[in-house]
Design a protein around this ligand. Structure first.
Ligand code: A3P
Length: 291
């Protein structure tokens, strides 16, 4: 694929762009008709907020640290995106409980069954300056996404939601305002960076698993960026070079808090802060922006 425009690479779904490569109309229909179970675990993330990380952590919590699934199944089969075409081929209906999935779609786009069944959801949020930075590098290396252009150009698109999966602001606010929050847990990427073992224990408790200290520590150790980079089932090295150009950027890139400082000028950072302040004025969230 050469670099093409939004119109060529994306389709529109309920007002947001989705990359055509993995989202076909049939799989969105499959998504809309999907039947949840109460004990399903769904990870809801805006892209570049720690999805791949959760695809490593959640299966390890469910298996109580047994490595079989993370060493034999690619992250996208282990914990598929419900809205992607792959979900149709995996026969998810036959998977034993508790099943686990990820989704990048907004709360308001969840299927009917989601609101009826109320499966467990873990919402992972990341400070949006780092989300932007991660996404900018991802758009440079992925041929099925538009070329990001300059930071200013991509910033204008990101702030107005003219990017895949739409607006970060709308995505986060939608999930934060979810009804019936008993089945929803919120965690930030930064919390996970700062104390992964405690984050693993917290998520395990929410999932109804009581893990020993030792098992939580083992899972946290396996799920460091360094160790995940070594696992070919998790580091995206199975994706062909034409789709992801690793000479430009790795998928598992830096995994730190505050890399936006290496990308933004002062003016870009101030512009971001001003928009953030306005769009998030009625939201109580305290992100860690740098260390
Ligand atoms: P960076 O590009 O900032 O490094 P997603 O999986 O939602 O697309 O998010 C990808 C981002 O999560 C990338 O951020 C990636 O490096 C980071 N990430 C993945 N696994 C991680 C881990 N074990 N520890 C820290 N960050 C991780």
């Amino acid at each position: 694929l050469s670099k093409m425009t939004e119109a060529e690479l994306y389709s529109q779904y309920k007002g947001v762009y989705l990359p055509k490569l993995v989202h076909h109309p049939e799989c969105l229909k499959h998504f809309e008709e999907f039947t949840f179970r109460t004990d399903d675990i769904i990870i809801a993330t805006y892209p570049k907020s720690g999805t791949t990380w959760m695809q490593e952590i959640v299966p390890l919590i469910l298996s109580e640290g047994d490595m079989a699934s993370v060493l034999t199944l690619p992250n996208w089969d282990r914990m598929p995106w419900l809205e992607e075409h792959r979900a149709m081929a995996l026969n998810l209906e036959q998977r034993p409980s508790p099943r686990c999935f990820v989704s990048h779609l907004h709360y308001s786009m969840m299927p009917k069954s989601f609101f009826k069944v109320k499966p467990k959801v873990i919402v992972v949020m990341r400070n949006p300056k780092d989300v932007f930075t991660s996404s900018f590098h991802y758009h440079e290396m992925a041929s099925f996404l538009v070329n990001p252009g300059s930071v200013d150009e991509f910033l204008a698109k990101f702030m107005s939601g003219q990017v895949m999966f739409g607006s970060w602001f709308e995505h986060v606010k939608g999930w934060l305002n979810a009804e019936d929050q008993d089945h929803v847990m919120y965690i930030s990427y930064e919390e996970m960076i700062l104390d992964l073992k405690e984050s693993v224990s917290k998520m395990a408790r929410f999932m109804g698993k009581s893990l020993s200290e030792e098992v939580s520590a083992k899972i946290a150790d396996n799920c460091t960026l360094k160790n995940m980079k070594r696992n070919k089932m998790s580091n995206y090295s199975l994706v062909p070079e034409e789709l992801m150009d690793r000479k430009k950027s790795e998928f598992l890139r830096k995994g730190i808090i505050g890399d936006w400082k290496n990308l933004f000028t002062d003016a870009q950072s101030e512009y971001f802060d001003a928009v953030y302040k306005e769009r998030m004025k009625d939201v109580k969230l305290n992100f860690v922006w740098d260390l």
